[in-house]
Design a protein around this ligand. Structure first.
Ligand code: NAP
Length: 501
């Protein structure tokens, strides 16, 4: 019987770094029968959506690229949003993925038909299609979150989320309020400060900020990278190892050394801010490393400007002319920019996912999403996640983990192609895996109590991987078939399959 994984049909949802990487992984291994569904009009995911002023990477670009497609033309060590987006567009064309992307196409539901052993994917316009496997790469940061505040609708000026930047709104000469002080605000605020008349930064919690050791890449350096064999690879590997060496910071055993890190970060605050009251406002009261260590050389100097005011309260309400903070302070503004993050812990929402026995994924994940290796979920056969629960990377580049997940999904799909049927991770395996994961997390900085989106409201850490990237690569090196129940197999694809094709 001639059974081939190239016959296996795969739906990939999302075409950011994760979904595109998964498509390339399939393409490079001869699995060409896939469709990439992308809600937006182009590839790029968060790097398409986030085009706010100052948007750039905060991981060095030599490692924030696919390991098989090292880019030598970055204009600086930390590439800009436009460059990263262009890089992804180039990759989509070069690896033959572009023709298989259905853009402006939103997947609203997917349900597993056990008798057919296949997924029925439903699109927003009502169209349905059957697939043997599903790769969900919708990302954790694709749904911008604006707080549901009283009076929001009454605001008389313009307001928008940083990830939905409104180019039609003129900031020059305006009073602008930026709500939030996370990764996006730290890049955006210095980029617009010169343009606006008055800037208010609403910083509910301060973040630890380190130096961004950025530099422009000269044409000479770029030529060297392009022409000297192995040089770009060596640069990638050195950067990667340098970042991997930061792993101990996530363990509480690192605390004596962390004191040194705190001293260094406080020194940066003293050096870059003159006003002692402002220094106190921006100094976090939690351990460095428990949320993203942000990198900026101009955030503190910008906050220290006379035309910039830092407020340290949350927002209580919005009025027609601005914001009211929780301490009653009134902030008058003509434009409000929400840098308030994303609905990050609701993985795969709002897609309605139905598994075996009519199980509903989002109902099961009510108290926090769980998966096996962040990739497979028991009860949902042949569904593979990219950037799923507990696979966020704080110490190194997320691209490495995305590649490992894509490789794992491809290995499983090849198995499905050879044997037919489906693979469903055993409930006990998933349970044991997550018990062990939470036990390991208990010894890390992530459970030491800090603001951010790595945990649910109940404090369960669901977003980050509590180990090294090498450990994750080892864990995902092979598909351990004993961890999976298989079903519906043995038919082979030369036999007619049930369910529409
Ligand atoms: P974020 O880092 O989660 O920051 C959200 C900010 O909004 C926080 O300061 C938060 O305060 C504040 N906030 C939320 N609700 C609020 C409210 N009701 N009132 C006042 N403040 C409120 O979000 P982000 O800046 O969009 O970044 C999200 C993630 O995107 C980052 O963690 C990072 O992974 C990624 N990112 C990456 C890059 C890159 O260069 N690679 C750049 C930008 C973003 P609390 O801290 O008190 O909750």
């Amino acid at each position: 019987m001639n059974i081939s994984s190239s016959d296996t049909s795969v739906a990939i949802i999302g075409c950011g770094f994760g979904g595109l990487g998964a498509a390339i992984e399939l393409e490079r291994h001869g699995i060409g029968n896939y469709t990439v569904f992308e809600k937006g009009d182009e590839v790029g995911g968060v790097w398409r959506a986030n085009h706010y002023p100052g948007a750039a990477c905060d991981v060095p670009s030599p490692t924030y690229s696919y390991s098989f497609e090292l880019e030598t033309e970055w204009s600086q060590r930390f590439g800009t949003q436009a460059e990263i987006r262009a890089y992804l567009e180039r990759c989509a064309v070069k690896y033959g993925v572009a023709p298989k992307i259905r853009s402006n196409t939103e997947v609203v539901a997917a349900s597993f038909d056990e008798s057919a052993g296949r997924w029925l994917v439903e699109l927003a316009d009502g169209e349905t299609q059957w697939f043997d496997a599903l790769i969900c790469a919708t990302g954790q940061l694709s749904r911008p979150k604006i707080p549901d505040l009283p009076g929001l609708e009454s605001f008389g000026g313009a307001h928008f989320h940083s990830a939905e930047w409104d180019d039609s709104v003129e900031l020059a000469g305006k009073r602008v309020a930026v709500v939030g002080s996370g990764a996006s605000a730290v890049q955006l605020v210095p980029a617009i400060a010169d343009r606006v008349r008055e800037l208010h930064v609403v910083q509910r919690s301060p973040n630890w900020i380190g130096n961004k050791w950025n530099h422009r890449t000269s044409p000479r350096l770029r030529r060297l990278m392009r022409t000297v064999p192995g040089l770009a690879r060596a640069q990638h590997n050195v950067e990667w190892l340098w970042y991997e060496s930061r792993v101990p910071i996530i363990f509480n055993g690192f605390d004596p050394l962390r004191k040194g890190v705190h001293a260094w970060l406080r020194f940066k605050i003293r050096r870059e801010i003159d006003d002692p009251a402002l220094r106190a406002k921006v100094t976090p009261g939690y351990k460095a490393g428990c949320n993203r260590l942000l990198l900026s050389n101009d955030w503190y100097p910008t906050l220290d400007r006379d035309d910039v005011t830092v407020h340290t309260e949350g927002v209580r309400a919005v009025t027609p002319s601005g914001l009211v903070l929780t301490d009653g302070t009134v902030v008058e503004a003509e434009v409000i920019i929400w840098c308030t993050g994303f609905s990050a812990t609701e993985y795969l929402a709002p897609i309605d996912i139905t598994g075996r026995d009519a199980r509903k994924l989002h109902a099961e994940w009510k108290s926090g999403p769980e998966a096996y290796l962040g990739i497979s979920v028991s009860g949902y056969p042949n569904l593979f996640m990219i950037y799923g629960p507990n696979t966020g990377s704080l110490t190194n580049t997320i691209i490495f983990l995305l590649e490992k997940q894509a490789r794992y999904a491809r290995l499983a799909i090849e198995h499905i192609g050879r044997n037919g049927g489906w693979l469903d991770v055993r409930p006990q395996v998933q349970q044991d895996y997550n018990r062990d994961l939470q036990r390991r997390l208990a010894g890390t900085v992530f459970t030491s109590g800090c603001p951010g989106w790595y945990h649910t409201d109940d404090g369960k850490v669901v977003a980050v991987w509590p180990g090294s990237h090498i450990a994750y690569a080892r864990a995902t090196a092979e598909v351990d078939l004993t961890a999976y129940e298989s079903g519906g197999g043995g038919l082979g694809y030369s036999q007619p399959r049930r369910g529409p094709v």
